[in-house]
Design a protein around this ligand. Structure first.
Ligand code: MYR
Length: 289
C-alpha cells in the first residue's frame, strides 16, 4: 500500500510545507470577467485583490472538475500510489468533496478516501498535515478514524469575522441568509461552521469587539483542551498587518501554543471580501514548520 495525501488549494498551506510532507494539491478556480484562473497556479493574491477592487461585479468561483481530478489520480497511480487521502473544504459550501468522490469512483486501481473537512482554509490544512505525517505510522483504517475524531468535539475549530456579509450572501454560502442580512447589516458578525454549514455565531457592533469576543471563546476552548498540543492559526483577507498584530498578541497570551499566520486566498476571499479575519486551531499534533 502506498498512500498519497491530496488537499485542495483552499487550505493555503505554504508550498514548502506541502513539499516537505509530500502533499499534493488540486486547485479550485476563480473566474474574473470571462477568464478562469487556477488558484495558486495562475493567479497570486496581490493580482487577485487588485482585480477584485477594479471591477463592479464580484468574481465567481468553481470547484475542480471531475476531469481535473481524474488526471491527478491517473498521475498518482502511475507513481505507484494505491490509496489517496483527499482532504477538502466543507461539502456544504463547495462541490469539491463530491467531485473527489465521483472521480475516485471512476478510476480503477487507486482508492480515494475523500475527507469532508467541514471547515476550510489552514484549519482544513491541519487535517491534511495530520494525514501526511501519520500515513506511515498507523494502519489506514486507524488513521481515517483518527481524522474523523479530529473533526469532532471541537478538536479542530474556527471562528471568523467579516467586514460585510454581502459577498457571502451574493455567493449563496451563508445558511438562512435572507433572514439574517437585515439584522446584520450594521454589525460585524462572528461566523463559524455548524454541521459543515456557515452560520452566525454572534452579532457584535465593531470589529475590535468581535475580535475580543473570539478571544474569549478561544480562551474557554483552550481551558477545555488544557494539556493538549494545540496549534492555532490566524487567517487574514489581505490584512497582513492586522493579522500579524492579532497573532503576536495571542502568542503573548498563550506562550505554549504554536501560532501560524495564514491568508484567505482568491477563492475564499471572493466569498469573504477584504478585511476578514479568522482564528482556528487543532488539538491534534501537527508539524507546521
Ligand atoms: C466553490 O466555488 O466551490 C468554492 C466556494 C467557496 C466558499 C467559501 C465560503 C467561505 C468560507 C470561509 C472559511 C473560513 C475558515 C476559517
Amino acid at each position: 500500500m502506498k498512500i498519497a495525501v491530496v488537499v485542495d488549494s483552499t487550505s493555503y498551506l505554504p508550498k514548502d510545507l506541502k513539499k516537505k510532507h509530500d502533499i499534493h494539491t488540486i486547485p479550485l478556480n476563480v473566474i474574473i470577467g470571462d477568464r478562469s484562473y487556477r488558484e495558486d497556479e495562475d493567479i497570486d493574491n496581490d493580482t487577485f485583490f487588485v482585480s477584485m477592487r477594479d471591477r463592479d461585479e464580484l468574481p465567481r468561483t468553481s470547484q475542480p472538475s471531475i476531469g481535473d481530478y481524474i488526471l491527478l489520480l491517473e498521475s498518482l497511480k502511475a507513481e505507484g500510489y494505491t490509496d489517496v487521502i483527499s482532504v477538502h473544504l466543507s461539502s456544504q459550501i463547495s462541490g469539491t468533496y463530491q467531485n473527489a468522490v465521483a472521480a475516485g469512483q471512476s478510476v480503477e486501481g487507486i482508492e480515494v478516501h475523500a475527507i469532508d473537512s467541514e471547515v476550510a482554509c489552514y484549519v482544513q490544512g491541519f487535517i491534511a498535515l495530520y494525514a501526511a505525517q501519520n500515513k506511515e505510522r498507523m494502519p489506514l483504517a486507524d488513521l481515517l478514524s483518527q481524522i474523523d475524531e479530529m473533526k469532532r468535539r471541537k478538536n479542530t475549530n474556527a471562528y471568523f469575522i467579516v467586514d460585510t456579509l454581502s459577498n457571502l450572501q451574493k455567493g449563496g454560502r451563508l445558511t438562512n441568509a435572507q433572514a439574517l442580512i437585515g439584522s446584520m447589516l450594521k454589525v460585524k458578525p462572528i461566523l463559524h461552521f455548524k454541521d459543515a454549514k456557515i452560520v452566525p455565531f454572534e452579532k457584535i457592533r465593531t470589529k475590535k469587539k468581535a475580535m475580543k469576543r473570539v478571544e474569549e471563546v478561544f480562551a474557554e476552548e483552550m481551558a477545555f483542551h488544557k494539556g493538549k498540543p494545540i496549534t492555532a492559526v490566524v487567517i487574514h483577507s489581505n490584512a497582513y498587518e492586522e493579522g500579524q498584530r492579532w497573532m503576536e498578541s495571542l502568542e503573548r497570551q498563550y506562550p505554549d501554543i504554536t501560532f501560524r499566520l495564514s491568508y484567505f486566498g482568491p477563492v475564499i476571499a471572493t466569498h469573504l471580501g477584504e478585511g476578514a479575519l479568522g482564528l482556528g486551531y487543532t488539538t491534534y499534533e501537527v508539524d507546521t514548520t
